[in-house]
Write a protein that binds this ligand. Structure first.
Ligand code: ADE
Length: 337
């Protein structure tokens, strides 16, 4: 192959790597693997709206980080042919920020608000009439002379995402008339298929068994799977080896990820509860303090996976390590202690 062509291919691949999240995102419902229940429901919602010539209703996605909430929002935008505008709860600092976003929407637009649980309460109230009746209430002036003017907004669909559904107020939740959908963890088979799809986009050759080996250690989460795939590919490339079970094992050991996908922090959480708190029950705040970590991080990132694997349990009195948790760390389980 001549060198100009090679350089062009490299440049194209470099670009793919730079915008990786975008490149790996599925563009059609067929390309989107897993979450069958959500896919079916949202598909019907969008088709029905299209047939009636209406704007699709507002949708809320919630679930652990990396399960594909943003990916679904992009997919809905692609499938409906509507433009997507993206923002997030913490990025909207003032009422005026949201008013400006809403008034700058074009008819049919999809507005995606990530981490909506971090939206300020007084800003949230602006959303209610916008979602319900497509109007924006603006208060002009202060005190007795203050008055409200109402602006008509273009028809739009709000798609919001959150990792903390319990932090959303009931009035906000109830305004997602299109539905509130919980993203589930993926099966290892689904993750394997996602890895194979990503590998083919990134021109990485990978056998089924090797993809499954990465899948088993991916926390049932596509984002983690894609991250591990890239790290394994890097390791194989730098060590001039093939991407096989051996290179996968070496890469994951180097990253501190064990055979069931636990990170160092996951294992520290288990060890801490066992060694310092006799296996629990112990409050999340106490665990976080003992590990110098933030409680919300442990709750959103680590705990769901540990619970999913059955290594810890959440009880009214706090977190408890299960017998399986002890076994995984090869620590003797003795309930009487
Ligand atoms: N990439 C990330 N999530 C995906 C999914 N659910 N299906 C296909 N590719 C993905």
């Amino acid at each position: 192959m001549d060198s100009i062509k090679k350089t062009e291919i490299r440049k194209k691949n470099d670009k793919k790597e730079l915008f990786l999240d975008q490149t790996l995102r599925p563009n059609t419902w067929n390309e989107y693997i897993g979450q069958e229940n959500i896919k079916n429901n949202v598909f019907v919602l969008l088709e029905a709206a299209k047939e009636r010539g209406h704007q699709p209703e507002h949708i809320l996605f919630y679930g652990s980080p990396g399960l594909g909430k943003t990916t679904l929002a992009y997919l809905i935008s692609k499938e409906t042919g509507h433009q997507i505008k993206i923002t997030s709860g913490p990025a909207i600092e003032k009422v005026g920020d949201l008013a400006s976003i809403l008034t700058n929407l074009s008819p049919g637009d999809i507005l995606f608000i990530d981490e909506i649980h971090r939206l300020n309460k007084n800003i949230e109230e602006i959303l209610y009439p916008a979602m319900e009746s497509g109007t924006l209430d603006i208060i002009i002036g202060k005190g007795p002379s203050a008055r409200t003017i109402q602006l008509e907004l273009p028809p739009f669909t709000l798609i919001a995402a959150t990792t903390r559904i319990s932090m959303l107020s009931a009035p906000l939740r109830s305004r997602f008339s299109g539905g509130v959908f919980r993203l589930e963890f993926y099966s290892n088979e689904e993750i394997k298929d996602i890895i194979k799809r990503s590998a083919s986009i990134l021109d990485i050759e990978i056998k089924d068994e090797v993809a499954l080996e990465i899948a088993k250690r991916s926390r049932f989460t596509p984002r983690t799977a894609n991250f591990l795939l890239r790290r394994c590919r890097d390791f194989a490339q730098v060590s001039k080896k093939n991407l096989n079970e051996n290179t996968v094992n070496k890469t994951l050991t180097m990253l501190g990820i064990d055979d069931i996908g636990l990170s160092q922090l996951d294992r520290q959480i288990l060890e801490n509860i066992i060694e310092k708190f006799k296996g629990g029950p112990v409050g999340l705040g106490t665990i976080a303090m003992a590990l110098s970590e933030e409680a919300p991080t442990l709750e959103e990132v680590n705990e769901p996976y540990l619970i999913q694997l059955g290594l810890i349990e959440r009880t009214p009195r706090g977190r408890v390590v299960t017998e399986k948790g002890y076994q995984h760390l090869k620590i003797n389980y003795n309930k009487l202690l």
